[in-house]
Design a protein around this ligand. Structure first.
Ligand SMILES: Cc1cc2nc3c(=O)[nH]c(=O)nc-3n(C[C@H](O)[C@H](O)[C@H](O)COP(=O)(O)OP(=O)(O)OC[C@H]3O[C@@H](n4cnc5c(N)ncnc54)[C@H](O)[C@@H]3O)c2cc1C
Length: 580
């Protein structure tokens, strides 16, 4: 089922009123939208850019308990995170998978005394002392204790140097131990968020959402919403306005005439490397460790590439969010620290990205130790067009805890509206995780049952890509009324009809939405100029793009890929149908 109709700006401007208006469609706005939609609340979600294009597109792709937050004393958050991780492995098994994680440890005792002191002070510039084996062992034991829920993930294991190097021979031979434990990985955060969004939209016409619509002001007739593509503006009334604009929360409140100083986001960057030697060195595990400056960093195999990150730098939200050359030098340095014999250089980078964590304002506290927990700020709002309006602002909120956070936030909203909770999202399967074939035998049955029209190999590939929602994709591909299907000439992993399906059912507005968020073509470094040109021609008839718009999309795509993601492409061809 398509969610196209309820997700256009006109679906919102045609009926410019709802009980709840949510501003910002990162994972937390989207999950809150889903929760409220399932309760039958009249709710609207708007996003100034594409869905999941802010902090939620810049994560380390981990669904994790946050073992390192234990030293910050954030036991509530770690417990909730571990519970949510275990739950997501069950309710979103198509996108959330167990992740074996190894920590190389270079000293036995360092940090045991320093950690509690750090918990008390955490000031910028505090002297760094490496976390030693004993401290990590204590952390792992607490982590295991939180993980006890019927054995979702195995317990941690410590190895001495000889056994550690036998398992991962490319590791720095100067290490003393390794600790290995399990967290979870989400290979496709953007697709997981789109599934959460779809669950909300499918609850009924009372749930409406639109990307490329921003909150641009507020007066006594309501919130001013603006279509960021056409510039069209309209007023919107709501009883409760919810600001889930992540690191932009203060800027959004400012625009609404409700200035706040809640936020103090820090920037983190990543690079994606195409480096088979490094990929092999990881042994398929995430290598999670403390770099020489005390930051916890990671090297992590993903989609046949290696993700390396991340940094933690103060950031002014009015400035561009970019991965800098200095950060790249830092990444190469950390790889050399753990895998000293593996060669890594700039020619291996296929994609880079950066985002700002929506952290609370933290004054002189060092960025790495700022609380990762979330809170909800409430203030009366006499100016939404309705009596007794309220503005709720979300401060913080990780990817891992999105379901629990949304439940808490929407419980507050239900109270304000005087409505009961009728549905719990706890244990409720998400999107293509519904009826997931969990065993090899069940997968074979699914693939065989759906392989008639597209072949079993393609059915298996689509199941891996979309979960059980692949059945809708297969129906679309096999529709006799549609054009004949064929692999894309410049990326055979996708077909023309599959791209048409995404463009016609998933709220695609720009070509970049396809490359960055409906597929992972850009992430793995598969984008070329001929691919962009081909995709533009496939998408154009679906979205009604004329020659001028096609040329505009190609130019914008090339510019953003270069400026934001460091992807330099060959020249555009001038002899095809693109600009005719
Ligand atoms: C480097 C890095 C690594 C991370 N790694 C992890 C990890 O491994 N695991 C984990 O659990 N978490 C991780 N996080 C944290 C996690 O990604 C974020 O906390 C989470 O995605 C925040 O989601 P959000 O919905 O609150 O904010 P966002 O995703 O930023 O969404 C806010 C949205 O609001 C929109 N918006 C802003 N202003 C307006 C307006 N006026 N009108 C309409 N829309 C507006 C923005 O465009 C944006 O899309 C990481 C974060 C970073 C930056």
């Amino acid at each position: 089922m398509s969610f196209q109709h309820e997700q256009t700006p006109s679906a919102i401007s045609d009926r410019p009123r709802a009980q709840v208006l949510i501003i910002g469609a990162g994972i937390n706005g989207i999950a809150t939208f889903r929760d409220l939609a399932l309760q039958g609340v009249d709710v609207v979600l708007v996003e100034k850019n594409d869905y999941v294009s802010g902090a939620s597109s810049a994560s380390s792709h981990m669904i994790h308990g946050g073992v390192r937050y234990l030293e910050n004393g954030e036991f509530r958050l770690v417990k909730e995170s571990v519970e949510e991780r275990n739950s997501l492995l069950k309710i979103a098994p198509h996108y959330v998978k167990p992740l074996q994680t190894t920590i190389p440890i270079f000293s036995a005792f360092s940090g045991v005394m320093a950690a509690p002191l750090r918990f008390l002070t955490h000031k910028q510039g505090a002297k760094h002392v490496e976390r030693g084996a004993l401290l990590i062992k204590i952390g792992m034991m607490i982590y295991d204790a939180f993980s006890r829920d019927g054995g979702t993930v195995p317990r941690h294991e410590f190895k001495g140097r000889t056994k550690a190097l036998a398992a991962l021979p490319m590791l720095n031979p100067g290490l003393k131990y390794t600790a290995t434990y399990y967290d979870a990985a989400m290979h496709d955060p953007e697709r997981l968020a789109l599934d959460v969004l779809r669950d909300g939209l499918e609850a009924g016409p009372h749930a409406r959402a639109a990307n490329y619509v921003e909150a641009a002001g507020m007066n006594d007739t309501g919130v001013l919403l603006r279509n960021t593509i056409t510039g069209e503006e309209f007023r919107f009334e709501a009883d409760v306005v919810v600001n889930t604009s992540g690191p932009w929360t203060d800027l959004t409140n400012e625009v609404l005439g409700q200035p706040s100083t809640f936020m103090g986001g820090t920037k983190g960057s990543h690079v994606v490397l195409d480096n088979p030697e490094l990929l092999a060195a990881t042994g398929g595990r995430e290598i999670f460790f403390e770099h020489e400056d005390g930051r916890i960093v990671l090297i992590y195999p993903l989609k046949g590439r290696v993700l390396v990150g991340t940094t933690d730098l103060e950031h002014d939200m009015t400035q561009p969010i970019r991965c800098t050359e200095e950060e790249i030098d830092y990444f190469f340095d950390l790889v050399a620290h753990v895998f000293p014999t593996v060669t890594v250089n700039r020619s291996h980078i296929v994609f880079r990205f950066a985002g700002v964590r929506p952290l609370p304002r933290h004054d002189d506290e060092a960025p790495g130790f700022v609380s990762r927990d979330y809170r909800i700020e409430s203030r009366p709002l006499p100016r939404t067009g309705a009596a007794n309006g309220t503005l709720l602002s979300l401060v913080g909120g990780k990817w891992t805890t999105f379901r629990a956070l949304a439940e808490n936030l929407s419980t507050d909203i239900l109270k304000l509206l005087g409505l009961p909770r009728t549905v719990s999202t706890e244990g409720l399967a998400i999107g293509g995780g519904r009826d997931w074939p969990a065993t090899e035998a069940a997968t074979l049955v699914w693939v065989t049952a759906h392989g008639d029209e597209v072949g079993v190999d393609r059915a298996a590939a689509l199941l891996a890509r979309y979960g059980t929602r692949a059945s809708e994709v297969i129906d679309f591909l096999a529709d006799p009324a549609g054009a004949p299907d064929a692999p894309l000439a410049h990326n055979a992993a996708y077909t023309r009809r599959e791209i048409e399906f995404l463009a016609s059912t998933e709220g695609v507005v720009r070509l970049l939405d396809v490359l960055l968020r409906r597929t992972s073509m850009a992430f793995v470094g598969d984008v070329t100029t001929p691919l962009i040109e081909e995709l533009t021609l496939v998408v154009a008839p679906v979205l009604g793009w004329d020659a001028g718009r096609r040329a505009e999309e190609i130019e914008l795509t090339r510019r953003i890929l270069s400026d934001v993601h460091g992807v330099e492409l060959g020249p555009v061809s001038h002899n095809n149908a693109l600009v005719s």
